[in-house]
Design a protein around this ligand. Structure first.
Ligand code: RUQ
Ligand code: CUA
Length: 611
């Protein structure tokens, strides 16, 4: 028994007996329990209790972690080229991405039904190219990507929570939306858009045009409103201009009024895009409510009761609490927009995002102070009413400079107050030195008690922005692709056209003077075609089907010297298209270690000179 086991065992004995702790000092007990090793160590062979879904920032991907072990379980390529899986190279992914293989994933959310995750989809934005992608959870792969029209810097996104309905997307950068060259030089003409995408069809439903930069996004629990924090009310294009005012806004979008305007045709279109656009730039627009909030607010998070929208002040040391129940009166003109604010308390420097535990507390990340501050919602409201109470409950230092913070199920009505994540932007000296580029530091914090306890440092590659955590039985990924997605529609259509069975026939079809289609079933350790012939310059499409009925038994295909590498999971099909190079012999092989004869799993592509 090592010392650690001894400590644990002794502690357990002490608890059961309810007596003193013999030779172990109080300090040692405090140390052992503060480390919570028993709760976060997931022994080999055992599974985590929670899934964590991470955005991957400039890597353009999503990542799936096990919580509390913080083991990275899988990556889902989205807005990137992934050499291991062939994402962005295979026919389907290439088409979805339209040739743009860089991306910046910031915000990740699951689809909802009745205020909690329904396990169907994951939505994630690409700030770099202004896109929204959807991952099908059963298959854990992207099945749709939509370009957000008329806008740049798609940043905050949030799906509706009462049902899988709209996904609202904020564009952050103000841009001209006409073809008039004069508008390019006139920032007063620049606009941003709040875009509604149908979460099922992944089509644009409408857009609302405003003038401030739209930052984070949220939705209520009833389907009445969506929210955007807005900064740069000044309309500036340089930093100094953007931060001169002490007050910006939480913009509330009145979804029913917007839908009615769209139905009645009170819309415009911009450039050659057909999406209906509602103009809400006027100060007295009926479609939006602008609630004044200090200063360049960043995060907006709805508490699990659905009653409060919490705005983190960023350049103001405060968080502002908006009572969502008052918003209808403000839209009706019975109270002023600012009257919806029911608390505004100081939390510290650089408040960015707030998470909740379902027990009435908020946890705000303080970027400049490098800590997470826990505070009580009810006390904050009483303090705002003049009572002498301190809403701050606890603070914990994090290492260093947290951006997002999120708690298990925090954004659902089922927030369970178990785990909190602080996504720290800098790790500095927390890990072994690996050169000039440092990992970030994702810190796991136990929030089940009154005091927060830091339990794990998790180095993360550039640069997760956000994450969600949910109990493992809330999603049910499949072991084999269900072949119901749009990707499989392609293969079915091709197989029908060529009258082949994807699982059976190894065939080569000349489809045109310079194009060839190759069907390539495979089963460990063999490709159905030992070789095939094409001409130099042919466009070669390979449709490969893995017929091994064994979960986890993947094959892949590399075609030497042709920049081709992709994976085909068990019982799945994938396709890729490339151009045949100079005449010669090119070995193709399976890159996934699938069999004792894996190294022999290969064949020859023979490229002949065109005559
Ligand atoms: S933002 S660090 Cu892209 Cu989510 Cu706040
Ligand atoms: Cu198939 Cu290695």
């Amino acid at each position: 028994m090592d010392r650690r086991d001894f400590l644990k065992k002794s502690l357990a004995g002490a608890t059961i007996a309810g007596v003193g702790v013999g030779t172990i000092s109080k300090q040692e007990i405090a140390l052992a329990s503060s480390k919570k090793e028993a709760t976060i160590h997931v022994p080999p062979g055992q599974l985590d209790e929670y899934y964590g879904i991470w955005s991957g920032g400039q890597s353009g991907e999503l990542r799936i972690l096990g919580i509390p072990s913080m083991r990275e379980l899988m990556r889902i390529p989205v807005f990137n080229h992934d050499a291991a899986t062939g994402w962005a190279k295979t026919d389907f992914s290439k088409e979805l991405l339209g040739g743009r293989v860089t991306g910046d994933t910031h915000h990740v959310h699951l689809s909802y039904t009745n205020g909690t995750y329904d396990g169907r989809y994951i939505y994630v934005n690409d700030k770099a190219q202004g896109r929204l992608a959807r991952v099908s959870i059963p298959n854990m792969e992207v099945d749709a990507v939509v370009d957000i029209p008329n806008s740049q810097g798609t940043h905050g996104i949030f799906p509706q929570r009462h049902k899988t309905g709209l996904v609202l997307c904020n564009s952050e950068f103000r841009v001209p939306v006409t073809d008039d060259p004069a508008d390019v030089m006139d920032p007063s003409k620049y606009v941003t858009l709040h875009t509604a995408i149908d979460g099922e069809t992944m089509k644009v439903v409408w857009q609302v045009m405003v003038s401030s930069n739209l930052d984070l996004c949220a939705t209520d629990y009833k389907g009445l409103y969506s929210f955007a924090t807005a900064y740069n009310t000044e309309g500036g294009v340089h930093l100094e201009e953007m931060i001169s005012l002490d007050q910006d806004y939480l913009i509330v979008f009145h979804l029913e009024r917007i839908a009615n305007a769209v139905k009645a045709g009170r819309t415009v279109t911009l450039r050659d895009d057909p999406s209906p656009v509602v103009d809400a730039r006027e100060d007295d627009s009926p479609y939006v409510l602008r609630i004044p909030i200090p200063k360049s607010p960043h995060g907006v998070n709805i508490d699990p009761t659905g009653r409060y929208a919490v705005c983190s002040g960023k350049l103001s040391p405060t968080v502002s609490i908006v009572d969502i129940e008052k918003i209808a009166s403000a839209f009706a003109g019975e109270i002023k927009p600012r009257d919806c604010v029911v608390a505004e308390h100081e939390v510290g420097l650089g408040p960015l995002h707030t998470a909740f535990d379902g027990r009435g507390n908020g946890y705000t990340s303080l970027f400049i102070d490098s800590n997470i501050t826990k505070w009580n919602i009810e006390k904050a409201i009483r303090a705002y009413q003049g009572e002498d109470v301190n809403p701050i409950v606890d603070r914990i230092d994090v290492y260093y400079q947290p951006g997002h913070t999120n708690a298990s199920l925090s954004e659902t009505k089922d927030a369970d107050g178990k785990w909190l994540m602080a996504l720290c932007k800098l790790s500095k000296d927390r890990f072994l030195n690996v050169g000039p580029m440092h990992p970030e530091n994702d810190e796991l914090i136990d929030i089940s008690g009154e005091k927060m306890v830091l339990v794990h440092d998790g180095p993360a590659y550039a640069e997760p922005h956000d994450c969600i955590m949910l109990p493992k039985d809330m999603i049910h990924p499949l072991k084999f692709n269900d072949k119901k997605g749009p990707r499989h529609e392609l293969y079915k259509a091709w197989a029908k056209e060529d009258k082949v069975k994807l699982t059976r026939h190894g065939r080569v079809f000349r489809k045109g003077e310079k194009s060839v289609r190759v069907y390539m079933p495979c089963k460990a350790p063999k490709f159905k075609l030992k070789e095939f012939e094409v001409f130099e310059g042919d466009e070669v499409q390979i449709i490969m089907t893995n017929t091994n009925n064994v979960a986890d038994l993947a094959h892949g295909l590399v075609v030497s010297q042709h920049d081709v590498c992709f994976i085909v999971n068990a019982l799945d099909t994938q396709s890729i298209t490339f151009t045949a190079g100079k005449p010669g012999v090119y070995w193709y092989y399976c890159p996934y270690f699938c069999h004792a004869l894996h190294l022999e799993m290969r064949g020859r592509m023979i490229v002949k000179a065109r005559v």
